[in-house]
Design a protein around this ligand. Structure first.
Ligand code: FUC
Length: 831
């Protein structure tokens, strides 16, 4: 009997131990409050509302945002003098008189209006707890498995607990406060905003903050907002002063935070923010707390639970998250990679929801009136990177705000195409904002780059490669077509080879020394050539699929044939510019000419081995450590270069506390204690880029086959992942690997068609028994008959006589074909 009871206790103990270990797996947790440091606070968000929870016992701060609160109001920023200057600027570039070209462009093409508006904060909610200066048992966390931030501590034997979430179901931020001893919860709630605003109290239980966004670049702030905080009590008393709600001797309290603005659309700010904020609040108010939680968790987990990753675990999981980040690069903590990957997915679900705004430079979290780079949309890399994990990590719905933004830009950008360049179609330069500006932002060094809209458009096409949904393709066709039409009319013939090139432009935020300091103005840069190649090819395919625009597609084909091919220069590098001007000592954070390697698929170890090696050489010259987003991009590059160990090295650099990365002129990028990516300052792109890179190490689908475990590092010999999506509508229901080899994979086909697999080892098909060709896997040969895996042919590169190219070094793989039927699931085991 005693033995049985002891056994039972042991079993129970083990279960609860393993449960708590498991529960810890998806938590960012800390044993100290954030104090004043925003980058230690925990982010919550529902795509529209966001909060940063500091977890300070005596004075809690929850910094608040609403996704449509931006400085200014509806505006445009085209330059009116550009068109007249265009021929002269082009002529000077072709004559290699770049200084002169830049001088004219700086005067005539730069925007003389605004340089983009800022994403701005709503303000702070403060909760003051008298007597909570000294506390014990402090703990706080962000549980990304249910999107709830919790703080708890003990004062005078009473344990206080705060739970905060931005409800995905009920459109309010909820703060739930409890005390372990009835009647011991006493606090006051107040609000503050850096905006032009005022705070009043309403009844006995409510704060009302009303304001209007800031002015900027001479554009008046017209984005009006209202934030309401209403308190519901369990026991105790409620009272208000002029500016605070005061609670005494309660046992529990639930605070409902409702925020709204007058923003309807980029050119319409006619909504009534107060009516909206009240409507959200009135709807949520009657719902009991437990139901608010279950609604929220269900709505969040619908997305989050689709993907699970297990790379193994170590004792490090017992440490607080900031200590784990500190030790990651020199230790063994594979679970932190899982946490970082899932945190990326958490951030995307929290900052980008259908019907809302896309994630900006800081996602949806910003405390500054004048944040770095306006916390807007920089689209010469950053916004695109935000969405790299969307399709493949099974968050396709989160992509929709970006799709909508591109549709809107394809309207506002038409006027820019006509007025600035005298051509049809549409474009954006290297930035945009809530008001969908499409003119150049900042100086021409970075701002005079006309390919932002086209790059974004290629991502809309890529979404089609995953979903194969013709109705979707039709809905974005006009945007894609307009992006291609812009180039068709804008491309000019360069004098030397008679290639068609984009001019004026630049290779984002970089220049060869030969042009002189600060001069980047250019024609025919490699990244532009690659982007034009993609958007032309995509529109040619889309027109064919939709049975439209035959003649237009013919014109695109003819122009595509006249684009410059990629070139390999004297240092065996992929040339960034039309001429061989790269320096092996150039460590610029942008690696724009490798767009063709990732996110595009123009460079491949199997189809273009010389370009593959040249791209690798260029990347080695650029070095590893850099800004956060640059390192995130490099994880993807090294994954596409099939070098898992080098990709892992970049993850180590990324998961290093900011400021601690050494040995590079690009010091500084890394990770903050709350796992936010450090440019520095905080910029969310690196979180997303690195999450996408981790995925690309485990699965790729851009190069003619579904490539499983293409870049597995030695650090992850065994693991499992569920729920990834691949092009052609394939879903990796689950995949397991052991000893670096594929052990088992289950693939669901949603569109049917040939499944071509590239594997590190042999495999056999074990199910389903009734499937076509069950049990057999044909060795793949020739062109993949599956449209979604048919790559456009990359033009043969021009190779410098001084270049010394190396073999790709790609490991031998097995290449199989098997036919699939839409809706069926197939299981293979490794042999
Ligand atoms: C681009 C980058 C910077 C920064 C900014 C927001 O201009 O060159 O590094 O990320 O965007």
């Amino acid at each position: 009997m005693t033995l049985r009871r002891n056994l039972l206790v042991l079993v129970l103990l083990c279960t609860s131990l393993s449960l708590s270990a498991q529960q810890n797996d998806l938590k960012l947790w800390y044993d100290k409050p954030s104090g004043k440091v925003w980058e230690k606070a925990m982010p919550v968000g529902n795509g529209r509302l966001a909060g940063m929870v500091y977890g300070n016992p005596e004075r809690e701060t929850i910094q608040l945002n609403e996704a449509t609160l931006w400085s200014g109001g509806p505006s445009r920023n085209d330059s009116e003098t550009s068109l007249a200057a265009l021929p002269e600027v082009r002529r000077l570039i072709f004559e290699n008189k770049r200084k002169e070209a830049a001088a004219i462009a700086s005067k005539a093409m730069k925007s003389n209006r605004d340089n983009g508006m800022c994403y701005q904060p709503v303000g702070n909610l403060y909760l003051n707890f008298p007597g909570h200066q000294s506390y014990t048992n402090y703990y706080r966390d962000l549980d990304i498995s249910n999107a709830i931030a919790t703080t708890s501590y003990t004062v005078d034997g009473v344990t206080y607990k705060r739970e905060v979430f931005a409800s995905h179901a009920n459109q309010v931020i909820v703060v739930h406060l409890t005390a372990s001893k009835p009647g011991s919860l006493t606090f006051s709630a107040a609000m503050w905003s850096p905006q032009k605003s005022n705070v009043v109290t309403k009844g006995k239980d409510e704060l009302v903050l009303s304001g209007v966004s800031g002015d900027r670049d001479g554009i008046k702030g017209r984005d009006e907002f209202q934030a309401l905080v209403k308190v519901k009590l369990d026991g105790g008393q409620l009272a208000t002063s002029d500016t605070s709600v005061n609670v005494t001797n309660a046992t529990a309290a639930t605070l409902f935070i409702s925020i709204a603005t007058n923003f309807v659309k980029y050119d319409d700010i006619s909504a009534d923010e107060s009516a909206r904020a009240n409507a959200y609040l009135d709807k949520a108010w009657p719902i009991p707390y437990a139901k608010l939680v279950s609604n929220h968790v269900a709505a969040y987990q619908k997305y989050f639970n689709r993907v699970k990753l297990d790379l193994g675990t170590s004792d490090s999981v017992k440490n607080p998250t900031d200590r784990r980040i500190d030790g990651f690069a020199s230790g063994n903590d594979p679970q932190l990679v899982e946490l970082y990957f899932q945190f990326g997915r958490y951030l995307l679900i929290s900052s980008s929801q259908p019907g809302g705004q896309p994630a900006n430079l800081q996602g949806i979290w910003n405390k500054e009136m004048s944040p770095p780079w306006g916390s807007k949309y920089t689209i010469n890399i950053n916004t695109e990177m935000n969405y790299w994990p969307a399709e493949e990590t099974n968050l396709a719905e989160m992509h929709l705000p970006l799709v909508q933004m591109v549709k809107e830009l394809s309207v506002t950008g038409q006027q820019t195409a006509t007025s600035m360049y005298g051509v049809g179609g549409w474009l954006t330069h290297h930035n945009t904002d809530l008001w969908r500006i499409t003119g150049p932002v900042d100086g021409i060094y970075s701002g005079l780059w006309p390919s932002g809209g086209a790059w974004l458009s290629t991502q809309l096409w890529d979404r089609y490669m995953y979903n194969g949904d013709k109705a979707y393709l039709k809905s974005v066709y006009n945007a894609l077509r307009g992006a291609a039409q812009f180039y068709l009319e804008f491309l000019v013939e360069e004098p030397e080879h008679k290639w068609l090139v984009v001019s004026p432009s630049n290779s984002p935020e970089n220049n060869p020394q030969a042009y002189g300091n600060g001069i980047a103005i250019d024609a025919g840069v490699t990244m532009d050539n690659q982007i034009v190649f993609d958007i032309f090819s995509e529109v040619i395919s889309a027109a064919k699929i939709l049975g439209v625009d035959k003649e237009f597609a013919g014109k695109l084909k003819a122009a595509r044939d006249r684009l410059p091919p990629m070139q390999i220069g004297q240092y065996s590098q992929l040339q960034e510019w039309l001429h061989d001007l790269d320096s092996p000592r150039d460590h610029n954070r942008h690696v724009s000419h490798l767009y063709g390697l990732y996110p595009s698929n123009q460079i491949s170890p199997y189809r273009t081995p010389e370009l593959f090696d040249a791209a690798r050489t260029s990347l080695i010259y650029r070095t590893d450590v850099s800004t956060g987003w640059s390192m995130g991009w490099k994880v993807n590059f090294w994954a596409r270069l099939l070098d898992g160990n080098h990709a892992f090295k970049l993850i180590q650099n990324q998961l290093t506390p900011t400021g601690k990365n050494r040995g590079s002129s690009n010091n500084g990028g890394g990770t903050y204690p709350n796992m936010f990516d450090a440019h520095p300052p905080f910029q969310i792109d690196g979180n997303f880029g690195c999450a996408a890179g981790i995925t690309e190490m485990l699965m790729q689908s851009a190069d003619g086959a579904l490539n499983l475990l293409p870049a597995l590092p030695d650090a992850w010999p065994a693991g499992t992942i569920t729920g990834l999506r691949a092009r052609g509508g394939f879903e990796i229901v689950s995949m397991q690997w052991k000893g670096g080899k594929l052990a088992k994979v289950t693939i669901k086909s949603t569109l049917g068609g040939n499944c071509r697999l590239r594997l590190p080892n042999g495999a056999k098909l074990v199910g389903p028994k009734d499937s076509y060709g069950a049990g057999t896997l044909k060795t793949a040969k020739g062109l993949n008959t599956n449209f979604f895996y048919q790559n456009e042919e990359t033009a043969k590169p021009i190779i410098s006589s001084q270049a010394q190219l190396k073999p790709t070094g790609a490991k031998e793989t097995m290449l199989y074909d098997f036919a699939t039927v839409a809706g069926k699931t197939y299981t293979l085991v490794g042999i």
